[in-house]
Design a protein around this ligand. Structure first.
Ligand code: SAM
Ligand code: SF4
Length: 365
């Protein structure tokens, strides 16, 4: 039986109900997207918050089967932007009232790397008078390192679970200690315990993935009680092991549609969290991120990585905005957000409302 969002206020919550909602098409789908947009406006408002994205290095010690910058891909020119250029990008974000930035890179856990991140976090706080919010997305680390980075100024962490199904997870990662499903789940718990606004997410349209997997992914996020989510379509890359399954994938348009359905469904399930409009949406549809902003997403991550390095952070094919300078991107983006009926929350952190409500001491609730 179809899920009628007009006549019932009950939000689907079983795997079967959610699977049907995620797979919905036609008028049923339109109803889902509309409802999610309405809940978004009512609960988190009309504003969209910027997180200036700095993809500062594509050096990576891991070998995820889907990712174009995996360690074993010898056809990618490796880079590591120097501190000065990173701080310049941070200054750009601050001066342009972005409110927050995201530091993202391949995964490394050597001391040189972790200490450098601590230094950079402190520096960014200093040059922005403590005003720039900082999200980091630097993979799996020890509790001590997460703690150190929190102390140095990071307050949000994005670590996608990629798939919450252990078997599927191991179909898309090597089976070894460096790519262990339980370690990744434990990292998410640690981040929450340490006080980070904690975000996770999945790729949508992976080989072997079903609607039931995706439904369980949403329930995993609900169960973990996350504060933020960044999820988007999986897009194949020719230099990766998963490329051999390209003929079994859903067409790109289907992956895009289901990604929007996932965003909308999550907005119904977790009305007060922050949801990002992933860049991969734009690789399929030039207006992809703006469409996501109309059906549940309230965060966008304009790429402010120095242009010369962008071409080498190719996680997947057709990655957008690899030619444009940061300013060019900013201007086109503001107009597009306006066209989507949303406004930019300039100079605001745009924290997850959910985080703040779950952190109010019990007696004040
Ligand atoms: N290394 C860190 C990590 O893995 O958490 C952060 C950087 S990693 C490039 C950021 C995200 O890119 C991953 O979590 C993954 O979901 C996404 N990604 C990688 N390859 C992708 C692909 N082929 N299609 C879509 N997203 C991809
Ligand atoms: Fe490295 Fe992250 Fe890509 Fe995995 S997804 S290969 S950890 S950059």
């Amino acid at each position: 039986m179809a899920t009628d969002l007009n006549t019932t206020s009950k939000i689907p919550e079983t795997v079967d109900e959610l699977s049907r909602m995620i797979a919905s098409e036609g008028s049923e789908r339109q109803q889902l997207l509309k409802k999610a947009g309405e809940i978004q406006e009512k609960i988190v408002g009309n504003k969209v918050f910027y997180r200036g994205l700095i993809e500062f290095s594509n050096l990576c010690t891991k070998d995820c089967y889907y990712c174009g910058i995996r360690k074993s891909n010898k056809n990618v020119a490796r880079y590591d932007i120097d501190d000065e250029a990173i701080l310049k990008a941070a200054e750009f974000a601050y001066k342009n009232k972005y409110g927050s930035l995201v530091l993202q890179s391949g995964e490394r856990s050597d001391d040189k790397f972790t200490e450098r991140i601590s230094r950079l976090l402190s520096e960014i706080k200093k040059i922005s008078n403590g005003e720039l919010g900082i999200t980091i997305s630097l993979g799996e680390q020890t509790r001590e390192v997460y703690k150190e980075w929190f102390k140095a100024g990071a307050h949000r962490y994005l670590l996608r679970i990629e798939s919450s199904d252990e078997e599927l997870y191991h179909n898309i990662h090597p089976r070894n200690e460096k790519h262990d499903f339980n370690t990744r789940v434990n990292c998410l718990h640690t981040l929450k315990e340490l006080g980070y606004q904690t975000g996770t997410g999945v790729m949508i349209g992976l080989p072997f993935q079903t609607y039931e997997h995706l439904a369980k992914d949403l329930l995993f996020m609900k169960e973990l009680d996350i504060d933020m989510c960044g999820m988007g379509p999986y897009i194949e890359h020719h230099d990766t092991p998963l490329y051999r399954y390209r003929d079994q994938l859903w067409p790109l348009q289907r992956r895009f549609d289901i990604a929007l359905n996932m965003i909308a469904s999550l907005r119904l399930l977790m009305p007060d969290i922050n949801i990002a409009a992933a860049t991969a949406l734009q690789a399929i549809d030039p207006m992809g991120r703006e469409k996501a902003l109309q059906c549940g997403a309230n965060v966008i991550m304009p790429n402010i990585t120095p242009t010369i390095n962008r071409k080498n952070y190719l996680l997947y094919e057709n990655k957008p905005c690899t030619d444009e300078g940061a300013e060019e991107c900013t201007h086109c983006l503001e107009a597009r957000i306006g066209m989507a009926g949303r406004e930019v929350g300039y100079g605001e952190w745009g924290d997850s409302k959910h985080y703040h409500s779950r952190n109010i001491p019990q007696k004040e609730k």
